[in-house]
Write a protein that binds this ligand. Structure first.
Ligand SMILES: Cc1ncc(COP(=O)(O)O)c(C=O)c1O
Length: 388
Protein backbone atom coordinates (compact mmCIF):
# COMPACT_ATOMS: atom_id res chain seq x y z
CA UNK A 1 0.00 0.00 0.00
CA UNK A 2 2.76 2.43 1.03
CA UNK A 3 4.67 1.53 -2.11
CA UNK A 4 1.60 2.29 -4.23
CA UNK A 5 1.15 5.64 -2.52
CA UNK A 6 4.81 6.49 -3.10
CA UNK A 7 4.52 5.56 -6.77
CA UNK A 8 1.37 7.69 -7.09
CA UNK A 9 3.12 10.67 -5.48
CA UNK A 10 6.11 10.24 -7.77
CA UNK A 11 3.80 10.22 -10.79
CA UNK A 12 2.03 13.36 -9.57
CA UNK A 13 5.37 15.16 -9.21
CA UNK A 14 6.57 14.08 -12.64
CA UNK A 15 3.22 15.07 -14.20
CA UNK A 16 3.54 18.60 -12.77
CA UNK A 17 3.99 21.04 -15.60
CA UNK A 18 7.44 22.60 -15.41
CA UNK A 19 7.38 25.76 -17.51
CA UNK A 20 11.13 26.12 -17.13
CA UNK A 21 11.54 22.96 -19.20
CA UNK A 22 9.20 24.19 -21.91
CA UNK A 23 10.03 27.84 -22.44
CA UNK A 24 12.83 29.04 -24.69
CA UNK A 25 15.97 28.46 -22.59
CA UNK A 26 17.31 31.89 -23.50
CA UNK A 27 14.55 33.42 -21.35
CA UNK A 28 15.63 31.65 -18.17
CA UNK A 29 18.61 33.87 -17.41
CA UNK A 30 16.98 37.17 -18.41
CA UNK A 31 15.84 39.71 -15.82
CA UNK A 32 14.09 42.95 -16.85
CA UNK A 33 15.84 46.20 -15.96
CA UNK A 34 13.84 49.20 -14.85
CA UNK A 35 13.46 52.17 -17.24
CA UNK A 36 12.58 55.82 -16.82
CA UNK A 37 8.95 56.89 -16.46
CA UNK A 38 7.91 54.14 -14.10
CA UNK A 39 5.34 56.42 -12.53
CA UNK A 40 2.67 53.77 -12.21
CA UNK A 41 4.40 51.95 -9.34
CA UNK A 42 2.58 52.44 -6.03
CA UNK A 43 5.66 53.76 -4.22
CA UNK A 44 6.22 56.42 -6.92
CA UNK A 45 2.72 57.32 -8.09
CA UNK A 46 1.67 60.33 -6.06
CA UNK A 47 -0.05 63.57 -6.91
CA UNK A 48 2.15 66.48 -7.90
CA UNK A 49 5.02 64.24 -9.01
CA UNK A 50 7.26 65.87 -11.63
CA UNK A 51 8.63 63.26 -13.98
CA UNK A 52 12.11 64.22 -15.23
CA UNK A 53 12.98 60.56 -15.82
CA UNK A 54 11.54 60.24 -19.34
CA UNK A 55 12.81 62.43 -22.14
CA UNK A 56 9.62 63.38 -23.94
CA UNK A 57 9.09 66.75 -25.66
CA UNK A 58 6.59 68.51 -23.38
CA UNK A 59 5.96 71.34 -25.91
CA UNK A 60 3.37 69.35 -27.88
CA UNK A 61 -0.10 70.79 -27.28
CA UNK A 62 -2.84 68.37 -28.23
CA UNK A 63 -5.59 71.00 -28.43
CA UNK A 64 -5.04 71.91 -32.14
CA UNK A 65 -5.13 68.20 -33.04
CA UNK A 66 -8.22 67.24 -31.02
CA UNK A 67 -10.64 67.48 -33.96
CA UNK A 68 -8.64 65.10 -36.10
CA UNK A 69 -8.00 62.76 -33.15
CA UNK A 70 -11.78 62.59 -32.59
CA UNK A 71 -12.28 61.88 -36.30
CA UNK A 72 -9.68 59.09 -36.16
CA UNK A 73 -11.53 57.61 -33.19
CA UNK A 74 -14.68 57.23 -35.28
CA UNK A 75 -12.70 54.82 -37.47
CA UNK A 76 -11.59 52.43 -34.73
CA UNK A 77 -14.32 49.92 -35.65
CA UNK A 78 -12.23 49.11 -38.76
CA UNK A 79 -8.79 47.55 -38.93
CA UNK A 80 -6.08 50.15 -39.54
CA UNK A 81 -4.05 50.08 -42.77
CA UNK A 82 -1.57 47.29 -42.02
CA UNK A 83 0.98 48.98 -44.29
CA UNK A 84 0.43 52.58 -43.00
CA UNK A 85 0.60 53.77 -46.62
CA UNK A 86 -0.64 57.34 -46.05
CA UNK A 87 1.91 57.86 -43.30
CA UNK A 88 4.65 56.40 -45.50
CA UNK A 89 3.73 58.90 -48.22
CA UNK A 90 3.97 61.74 -45.70
CA UNK A 91 7.36 60.45 -44.59
CA UNK A 92 8.55 60.34 -48.20
CA UNK A 93 7.57 64.00 -48.48
CA UNK A 94 9.19 64.82 -45.13
CA UNK A 95 12.43 63.29 -46.45
CA UNK A 96 12.09 65.32 -49.66
CA UNK A 97 11.42 62.32 -51.90
CA UNK A 98 14.85 60.85 -51.33
CA UNK A 99 13.19 57.75 -49.88
CA UNK A 100 10.25 55.78 -51.31
CA UNK A 101 7.52 53.93 -49.36
CA UNK A 102 9.49 50.72 -50.08
CA UNK A 103 12.32 52.05 -47.92
CA UNK A 104 10.04 52.38 -44.89
CA UNK A 105 8.50 50.21 -42.20
CA UNK A 106 6.15 51.54 -39.51
CA UNK A 107 6.11 49.93 -36.06
CA UNK A 108 4.32 50.02 -32.72
CA UNK A 109 6.98 52.29 -31.27
CA UNK A 110 10.57 52.06 -32.42
CA UNK A 111 11.03 49.34 -29.80
CA UNK A 112 8.90 47.12 -32.03
CA UNK A 113 11.46 47.59 -34.80
CA UNK A 114 14.36 46.71 -32.49
CA UNK A 115 12.74 43.35 -31.80
CA UNK A 116 11.80 42.78 -35.44
CA UNK A 117 15.34 43.53 -36.63
CA UNK A 118 16.86 41.25 -34.01
CA UNK A 119 14.40 38.43 -34.79
CA UNK A 120 15.28 38.78 -38.47
CA UNK A 121 19.06 38.75 -38.10
CA UNK A 122 20.18 37.33 -34.76
CA UNK A 123 20.47 33.61 -34.29
CA UNK A 124 21.85 31.50 -31.45
CA UNK A 125 25.53 32.36 -30.66
CA UNK A 126 25.74 35.18 -33.23
CA UNK A 127 28.19 37.86 -32.09
CA UNK A 128 26.65 41.32 -31.91
CA UNK A 129 28.54 44.48 -30.98
CA UNK A 130 26.62 46.97 -28.81
CA UNK A 131 28.00 50.46 -28.14
CA UNK A 132 27.45 50.90 -24.40
CA UNK A 133 26.22 52.51 -22.20
CA UNK A 134 23.00 52.68 -24.16
CA UNK A 135 19.30 51.79 -24.38
CA UNK A 136 19.14 48.37 -22.74
CA UNK A 137 16.49 46.93 -25.07
CA UNK A 138 19.06 46.04 -27.77
CA UNK A 139 20.88 43.76 -25.34
CA UNK A 140 17.58 42.36 -24.09
CA UNK A 141 16.35 41.52 -27.60
CA UNK A 142 19.72 39.99 -28.61
CA UNK A 143 19.94 37.80 -25.50
CA UNK A 144 16.33 36.65 -25.97
CA UNK A 145 17.49 35.16 -29.29
CA UNK A 146 20.59 33.56 -27.76
CA UNK A 147 22.94 36.08 -29.39
CA UNK A 148 26.22 37.01 -27.71
CA UNK A 149 26.66 40.70 -26.86
CA UNK A 150 30.13 42.17 -27.36
CA UNK A 151 30.41 45.47 -25.52
CA UNK A 152 32.19 48.44 -27.04
CA UNK A 153 32.31 51.12 -24.35
CA UNK A 154 31.92 54.85 -24.77
CA UNK A 155 34.07 56.39 -22.04
CA UNK A 156 33.21 59.27 -19.66
CA UNK A 157 36.65 60.84 -20.17
CA UNK A 158 35.75 61.18 -23.88
CA UNK A 159 32.32 62.61 -23.03
CA UNK A 160 30.90 59.26 -24.15
CA UNK A 161 31.82 59.93 -27.80
CA UNK A 162 32.15 56.84 -29.93
CA UNK A 163 35.74 55.75 -30.45
CA UNK A 164 35.44 54.91 -34.15
CA UNK A 165 38.92 53.40 -34.34
CA UNK A 166 38.27 51.06 -31.48
CA UNK A 167 34.87 50.18 -32.93
CA UNK A 168 36.47 49.34 -36.28
CA UNK A 169 38.79 46.93 -34.46
CA UNK A 170 35.69 45.17 -33.10
CA UNK A 171 34.18 45.05 -36.60
CA UNK A 172 37.41 43.59 -38.00
CA UNK A 173 36.55 40.49 -35.95
CA UNK A 174 33.44 40.10 -38.17
CA UNK A 175 30.44 40.20 -35.80
CA UNK A 176 27.05 39.87 -37.50
CA UNK A 177 25.71 43.29 -36.51
CA UNK A 178 26.59 46.43 -34.63
CA UNK A 179 24.10 48.51 -32.60
CA UNK A 180 24.73 52.25 -32.34
CA UNK A 181 22.51 54.96 -30.88
CA UNK A 182 23.05 58.53 -32.14
CA UNK A 183 22.53 60.83 -30.28
CA UNK A 184 23.13 58.26 -27.62
CA UNK A 185 20.84 57.55 -24.68
CA UNK A 186 21.64 58.24 -21.79
CA UNK A 187 24.25 60.95 -22.49
CA UNK A 188 22.87 62.74 -25.58
CA UNK A 189 26.18 63.16 -27.41
CA UNK A 190 25.85 63.49 -31.18
CA UNK A 191 28.59 61.52 -32.91
CA UNK A 192 30.19 62.86 -36.06
CA UNK A 193 28.11 61.83 -39.08
CA UNK A 194 31.02 61.67 -41.54
CA UNK A 195 32.82 59.26 -39.22
CA UNK A 196 29.56 57.33 -38.82
CA UNK A 197 29.11 57.02 -42.57
CA UNK A 198 32.71 55.88 -42.94
CA UNK A 199 32.02 53.21 -40.31
CA UNK A 200 28.89 52.04 -42.14
CA UNK A 201 30.96 51.74 -45.31
CA UNK A 202 33.66 49.78 -43.43
CA UNK A 203 30.93 47.46 -42.07
CA UNK A 204 29.41 47.03 -45.53
CA UNK A 205 32.74 45.83 -46.95
CA UNK A 206 32.80 43.19 -44.19
CA UNK A 207 29.10 42.23 -44.66
CA UNK A 208 28.15 43.49 -41.19
CA UNK A 209 24.67 44.91 -40.53
CA UNK A 210 24.51 48.34 -38.87
CA UNK A 211 21.52 49.10 -36.65
CA UNK A 212 21.42 52.86 -36.10
CA UNK A 213 18.94 54.18 -33.52
CA UNK A 214 18.06 57.83 -34.21
CA UNK A 215 15.16 58.06 -31.74
CA UNK A 216 16.42 61.51 -30.64
CA UNK A 217 17.91 62.83 -33.87
CA UNK A 218 15.25 65.54 -34.50
CA UNK A 219 16.51 67.44 -31.43
CA UNK A 220 19.96 67.59 -33.05
CA UNK A 221 18.53 68.64 -36.42
CA UNK A 222 17.38 66.53 -39.37
CA UNK A 223 20.64 67.28 -41.22
CA UNK A 224 22.38 64.92 -38.81
CA UNK A 225 20.27 61.91 -39.75
CA UNK A 226 21.65 59.14 -41.93
CA UNK A 227 18.24 57.69 -42.77
CA UNK A 228 18.38 58.75 -46.42
CA UNK A 229 21.73 56.92 -46.75
CA UNK A 230 19.88 53.61 -46.69
CA UNK A 231 19.69 54.10 -50.46
CA UNK A 232 23.48 53.65 -50.62
CA UNK A 233 24.11 51.13 -47.86
CA UNK A 234 22.06 47.96 -47.92
CA UNK A 235 23.63 46.92 -44.59
CA UNK A 236 22.07 49.95 -42.82
CA UNK A 237 18.80 50.02 -40.87
CA UNK A 238 17.83 53.27 -39.13
CA UNK A 239 15.03 53.56 -36.58
CA UNK A 240 13.13 56.72 -35.66
CA UNK A 241 10.41 57.41 -33.11
CA UNK A 242 7.32 59.56 -32.67
CA UNK A 243 7.74 59.16 -28.90
CA UNK A 244 10.53 61.58 -28.06
CA UNK A 245 10.57 64.68 -30.25
CA UNK A 246 6.94 64.44 -31.41
CA UNK A 247 5.82 63.69 -27.85
CA UNK A 248 3.27 60.88 -28.27
CA UNK A 249 4.68 57.89 -26.31
CA UNK A 250 1.19 56.71 -25.37
CA UNK A 251 0.20 56.03 -28.99
CA UNK A 252 3.21 53.75 -29.66
CA UNK A 253 4.49 54.59 -33.12
CA UNK A 254 7.90 54.66 -34.76
CA UNK A 255 9.42 53.92 -38.15
CA UNK A 256 12.48 52.46 -39.76
CA UNK A 257 14.37 53.07 -42.98
CA UNK A 258 16.25 50.49 -45.00
CA UNK A 259 16.88 49.00 -48.39
CA UNK A 260 13.60 47.56 -49.88
CA UNK A 261 14.95 43.98 -49.67
CA UNK A 262 15.79 44.46 -46.01
CA UNK A 263 12.37 46.03 -45.33
CA UNK A 264 10.67 43.03 -46.96
CA UNK A 265 12.45 40.62 -44.63
CA UNK A 266 11.51 42.72 -41.60
CA UNK A 267 7.87 42.74 -42.70
CA UNK A 268 7.85 38.94 -42.71
CA UNK A 269 8.61 39.03 -38.99
CA UNK A 270 6.25 41.86 -38.04
CA UNK A 271 2.74 41.09 -36.80
CA UNK A 272 -0.22 42.29 -38.86
CA UNK A 273 -1.78 45.67 -37.97
CA UNK A 274 1.08 46.78 -35.71
CA UNK A 275 -0.08 50.41 -35.46
CA UNK A 276 -3.57 51.72 -34.73
CA UNK A 277 -5.21 54.30 -37.01
CA UNK A 278 -5.19 57.11 -34.41
CA UNK A 279 -1.40 56.91 -34.14
CA UNK A 280 -0.93 56.72 -37.93
CA UNK A 281 -3.13 59.74 -38.59
CA UNK A 282 -1.74 61.92 -35.80
CA UNK A 283 1.83 61.07 -36.82
CA UNK A 284 1.05 62.26 -40.33
CA UNK A 285 -0.16 65.59 -39.01
CA UNK A 286 2.83 66.03 -36.73
CA UNK A 287 5.23 65.61 -39.63
CA UNK A 288 3.60 68.67 -41.18
CA UNK A 289 3.75 70.81 -38.04
CA UNK A 290 6.65 72.96 -39.24
CA UNK A 291 6.41 75.58 -36.44
CA UNK A 292 6.30 72.99 -33.69
CA UNK A 293 9.38 71.31 -35.17
CA UNK A 294 11.33 74.55 -35.54
CA UNK A 295 10.37 75.88 -32.09
CA UNK A 296 11.19 72.60 -30.38
CA UNK A 297 14.69 72.41 -31.88
CA UNK A 298 15.41 76.00 -30.82
CA UNK A 299 13.86 75.68 -27.34
CA UNK A 300 15.76 72.55 -26.28
CA UNK A 301 19.06 73.83 -27.58
CA UNK A 302 18.77 77.00 -25.49
CA UNK A 303 17.18 75.42 -22.44
CA UNK A 304 19.69 72.54 -22.30
CA UNK A 305 22.47 75.12 -22.25
CA UNK A 306 20.78 77.03 -19.39
CA UNK A 307 20.07 73.95 -17.24
CA UNK A 308 23.48 72.49 -17.94
CA UNK A 309 25.27 75.70 -16.88
CA UNK A 310 23.14 76.09 -13.73
CA UNK A 311 23.59 72.47 -12.64
CA UNK A 312 27.35 72.74 -13.24
CA UNK A 313 27.43 75.51 -10.59
CA UNK A 314 26.47 72.94 -7.95
CA UNK A 315 29.66 71.69 -6.32
CA UNK A 316 30.58 68.16 -7.38
CA UNK A 317 28.22 67.79 -10.36
CA UNK A 318 29.62 67.14 -13.82
CA UNK A 319 27.29 67.59 -16.79
CA UNK A 320 28.02 65.93 -20.14
CA UNK A 321 27.44 67.66 -23.51
CA UNK A 322 24.16 66.86 -25.24
CA UNK A 323 22.33 67.51 -28.51
CA UNK A 324 19.00 66.27 -27.19
CA UNK A 325 16.37 67.16 -24.56
CA UNK A 326 18.13 65.43 -21.65
CA UNK A 327 21.33 65.70 -19.64
CA UNK A 328 23.55 63.07 -18.08
CA UNK A 329 24.99 64.12 -14.72
CA UNK A 330 27.91 62.58 -12.83
CA UNK A 331 27.60 62.94 -9.05
CA UNK A 332 30.81 61.20 -7.94
CA UNK A 333 32.50 64.34 -6.60
CA UNK A 334 29.56 64.99 -4.28
CA UNK A 335 30.23 61.52 -2.78
CA UNK A 336 26.50 60.91 -3.07
CA UNK A 337 25.32 57.93 -5.09
CA UNK A 338 22.70 58.29 -7.80
CA UNK A 339 20.44 55.99 -5.79
CA UNK A 340 20.65 58.24 -2.73
CA UNK A 341 20.05 61.42 -4.75
CA UNK A 342 17.14 59.83 -6.66
CA UNK A 343 15.47 58.80 -3.41
CA UNK A 344 15.99 62.20 -1.80
CA UNK A 345 14.59 63.96 -4.85
CA UNK A 346 11.59 61.65 -4.94
CA UNK A 347 10.81 62.77 -1.37
CA UNK A 348 10.53 66.26 -2.88
CA UNK A 349 8.23 64.96 -5.65
CA UNK A 350 10.85 64.94 -8.38
CA UNK A 351 11.52 61.74 -10.31
CA UNK A 352 14.90 61.53 -12.07
CA UNK A 353 16.48 58.55 -13.86
CA UNK A 354 19.01 56.70 -11.72
CA UNK A 355 21.37 55.39 -14.41
CA UNK A 356 23.29 52.93 -12.24
CA UNK A 357 21.69 49.98 -14.05
CA UNK A 358 23.13 51.00 -17.45
CA UNK A 359 25.82 48.61 -18.68
CA UNK A 360 28.98 50.75 -18.62
CA UNK A 361 27.94 53.27 -15.94
CA UNK A 362 28.64 53.08 -12.21
CA UNK A 363 26.65 54.22 -9.14
CA UNK A 364 27.08 57.94 -9.81
CA UNK A 365 25.04 58.80 -12.88
CA UNK A 366 21.63 60.49 -13.18
CA UNK A 367 19.73 61.51 -16.32
CA UNK A 368 17.23 64.36 -16.33
CA UNK A 369 14.84 65.56 -19.02
CA UNK A 370 14.49 69.23 -19.91
CA UNK A 371 11.06 70.77 -19.30
CA UNK A 372 9.64 74.28 -18.98
CA UNK A 373 11.85 77.03 -17.45
CA UNK A 374 9.81 77.01 -14.21
CA UNK A 375 10.08 73.28 -13.71
CA UNK A 376 13.75 73.25 -14.69
CA UNK A 377 14.44 75.87 -12.01
CA UNK A 378 12.64 73.68 -9.50
CA UNK A 379 14.81 70.74 -10.57
CA UNK A 380 17.98 72.82 -10.15
CA UNK A 381 16.87 74.05 -6.68
CA UNK A 382 16.10 70.51 -5.58
CA UNK A 383 19.51 69.23 -6.79
CA UNK A 384 21.08 72.08 -4.87
CA UNK A 385 19.29 71.24 -1.65
CA UNK A 386 19.99 67.49 -1.93
CA UNK A 387 23.67 67.85 -2.87
CA UNK A 388 24.45 70.46 -0.24
C1 LIG B 1 17.36 55.29 -27.66
C2 LIG B 1 15.96 54.77 -27.65
N1 LIG B 1 15.51 54.10 -28.72
C3 LIG B 1 14.26 53.64 -28.78
C4 LIG B 1 13.39 53.80 -27.72
C5 LIG B 1 12.00 53.24 -27.82
O1 LIG B 1 11.06 54.26 -27.97
P1 LIG B 1 9.63 54.03 -28.61
O2 LIG B 1 9.39 52.55 -28.68
O3 LIG B 1 8.69 54.70 -27.69
O4 LIG B 1 9.68 54.64 -29.98
C6 LIG B 1 13.82 54.48 -26.57
C7 LIG B 1 12.92 54.67 -25.42
O5 LIG B 1 13.29 55.09 -24.36
C8 LIG B 1 15.14 54.98 -26.55
O6 LIG B 1 15.61 55.65 -25.50
Amino acid sequence: MIRLLKQFRKKLVSDKLKLTELVDKNLLKLKRKSHGGEIYKDEINKSGLLDFSTNINHLLELEPYMNSIMKSLTRISRYPDSDSMQLKKSLVEYFQNILTPNNLIIGGGSIDLINIFVSTFVQEKDKIVVCQPTFSEYEWAIKKRGGVVINEYRLPERNFQLNFQSLKKQLAKKPKCVFICNPNNPNGYLDNIEAMEDLICYAKERKIMVFLDEAFIEFAGEENSLITKVKQYENLFVIRSFTKFFGIPGLRIGFGGGNPKLINFLKKVQTLWPVNNVAQELAEELLNSKDFIKNSVRYFKEECKFVSEELAKIKGLKIYPTSTNYLLINTENTSLSSKYITNQMLKQNILVRDCSNYNGLDDYYIRVAIKSRDLNCKLIRTFNSVCN
